[in-house]
Ligand binder design. Structure first.
Ligand code: SF4
Length: 74
């Protein structure tokens, strides 16, 4: 198991995470920022538990994020 953390308030809405991992990420039509699907809001940090098999794709999204607001923690 691992955890994906999205510091959403600092997201610039570039769409890279959605392009890389659309099964986990969507763009919000309301504010133009990314949404980590199924995540819980922990005081502004959106947190999602993922399986080991889902780590790589989320790491790729994190690496692509130009403002580094995605963390994958094992
Ligand atoms: S890659 Fe980063 S900045 Fe771009 S939409 Fe995703 S979370 Fe936001």
């Amino acid at each position: 198991m691992a955890t994906v953390i999205h510091r959403r308030n600092k997201c610039i809405g570039c769409n890279y995470c959605v392009e890389i991992a659309p099964e986990f990420w969507r763009m919000s039509r309301k504010d133009g920022k990314a949404v980590l699907l199924g995540a819980d809001d922990k005081r502004g940090n959106w947190v999602l538990k993922i399986s080991d098999a889902e780590i790589d794709i989320n790491r790729r999204a994190a690496d692509a994020c130009p403002v580094k607001v995605i963390d994958v923690r094992e």
